[in-house]
Write a protein that binds this ligand. Structure first.
Ligand code: ADP
Ligand code: MG
Length: 253
């Protein structure tokens, strides 16, 4: 469904992504992990077409990302950036309704309002519906941005560190939701630092190092050796019910 073929990207002179190749299937839940600066955010922006790759090609359902019109792209792919100005004087309802923009001709229809209301309920945001964005906590704002992305009814959902500002309960809620959506057929790609959460929820782990794919596989890609080589830290792995858990030791010498 998403085909990434030998892409290279640079902001300036030095390539930030180098020769990345992979296939992400419909309904896959891919966790992008790797050190700070390894290219996770850049790769997500390339998949979304916000950044144009220099060499190689990214196609979605057989069509190059650059060939989609902005509206067609927005119906296909929703993107939740790591941070953006969310302190707007918009109500939560209006913020989520904005996700319907690719479908709205000149005014929202009854379906647009119903869809917005349904998603607010799904994410337990209905009580906050008439609050302004700047009255919410960081975690609540983050949940609203995910709701806005879902209002786009995308086939592919890209999220850049969606759990970074959330307490443990809200992290679990967001990841459970993403897992459910992927099981229903949505393709989900998430940049995430917490490897244990990645292993627990994602169907695939893609490890990026220095702009290259270091490893791409299922849970078994997570080994003490791969984590040590990726991050330069020593770890112990314990396996419980088939799932590996990473326990940090110390910095590698
Ligand atoms: P990650 O999300 O894995 O932390 P990024 O994709 O943000 O990594 O960054 C990858 C590399 O690209 C880093 O070396 C970073 O400094 C550089 N970079 C990111 N954004 C820009 C930008 N807008 N202009 C120039 N360099 C950038
Ligand atoms: Mg990033």
């Amino acid at each position: 469904m998403i085909h990434i073929q030998n892409i290279t990207f640079s902001y300036h002179v030095h390539p930030v992504l180098q020769d990345i190749c992979c296939h992400i299937g419909k309904g896959d839940f891919v966790a992008l992990v790797g050190p700070n600066g390894s290219g996770k955010s850049t790769l997500i922006k390339c998949i979304n077409g916000i950044l144009k790759t220099k060499d190689g090609d990214i196609s979605i359902d057989g069509l190059s990302v650059g060939a989609y019109s902005p509206n067609a792209m927005a119906r296909k792919v929703a993107y939740v950036p790591q941070s953006e100005n969310r302190k707007q004087a918009l109500t939560v309802f209006d913020m989520v309704l904005r996700g319907r923009k690719p479908y709205i001709n000149w005014k929202p229809t009854g379906y647009d309002f119903e869809k917005t209301a349904h998603i607010l309920q799904l994410l337990h945001l209905d009580d906050l519906s008439m609050k302004h964005m700047d009255e919410l906590s960081g975690g609540q704002q983050q949940t609203v941005m995910i709701a806005r992305a879902l209002a786009q009814e995308p086939e592919i959902l890209l999220l850049d560190e969606p759990t970074a500002n959330l307490d443990i309960k809200h992290q679990l809620e967001v990841l459970e939701l993403l897992k459910t959506l992927s099981e229903q057929g949505m393709t989900v790609v998430v940049a995430i630092h917490d490897i244990n959460m990645a292993v627990r929820y994602a169907s695939h782990i893609m490890m990026l190092k220095g702009g290259q794919v270091f490893a791409y596989g299922k849970k078994n890609a997570v080994t003490a050796e791969s984590i040590e080589m990726l991050y330069g830290v020593q770890v112990e792995i314990i396996v419980r019910e088939g799932t590996p858990y990473v326990i940090p030791g110390g910095l590698s010498r």
